[in-house]
Design a protein around this ligand. Structure first.
Ligand SMILES: N[C@@H](CCC(=O)N[C@@H](CS)C(=O)NCC(=O)O)C(=O)O
Length: 204
């Protein structure tokens, strides 16, 4: 498999999950500063011009939640998706929140051009993102993290996803130290071999 990614992006959740699953992959780095995600050759891989894109022998898969779910299916023995239906639903609840709300809040800082055309609108969205990301951190702190990980003691697909989103907080103007469960979660994640590997590979 080939993973198209850019440094620090949500694509790194896929890299962490692949390491957790013990699956080999070839990372292909895009330079966002050079706009490589906007070029026609990359649009042939992902017409949305976003990362991640995972190239498999069955085809190309995009959307972090779908990719993570597929990784759990490729490596069932890694136990990345709980067998208990309620726990699996709670894991997906967290992942849906990250995809639909926290990631979108984060995107308002740098990607205002998706929703508006005026510089004043971009400035307004960027300023507001400090509050919306603080709101996301508050929600994660109080309702998403049930222990060291999203599901409590059990590691799942939601954790790499949440780790990358939490990694954005400080840069988005959120005082992470105000959120002790998030601080402990980041610490627990950094203790895992999978996360140490993506840090060593300068992916995040
Ligand atoms: N819903 C997608 C969102 C992917 C996405 O927006 N990725 C960002 C990086 S975090 C991206 O590729 N942005 C490039 C751009 O907007 O030009 C997913 O979860 O995979």
């Amino acid at each position: 498999m080939k993973l198209y990614y850019a440094r620090g992006t949500i694509a790194i959740a896929t890299a962490i999950a692949l390491h957790e699953a013990g699956l080999d992959f070839e990372p292909v780095r895009l330079d966002f500063k050079a706009g490589e995600q906007t070029r026609p050759d990359y649009h042939a891989i992902n017409p949305k011009g976003r990362v991640p894109a995972l190239v498999t022998d069955q085809g190309i898969l995009t959307e972090t939640a779908a990719i993570l779910d597929h990784i759990a299916d490729l490596a069932p023995s890694a136990g990345l998706r709980p067998s208990d239906p309620w726990q699996a639903a709670r894991m997906r609840e967290a992942m849906c929140y990250l995809a639909s709300t926290m990631h979108v809040n984060h995107a308002h800082k740098m990607r205002g051009h998706r929703w508006a055309d005026q510089q004043s609108s971009f400035d307004d969205m960027k300023a507001k993102s400090v509050q919306t990301m603080t709101d996301s951190a508050t929600y994660v702190e109080n309702h998403v993290l049930k222990g060291p990980f999203v599901l409590g003691e059990t590691f799942s697909l939601a954790d790499p996803y949440l780790y990358v989103a939490c990694n954005w907080l400080e840069g988005d103007g959120v005082r992470v130290a105000d959120f002790p469960r998030i601080v402990a979660f980041i610490e627990a994640m950094r203790g895992r071999t999978s996360v140490a590997q993506v840090i060593a590979d300068d992916m995040i």
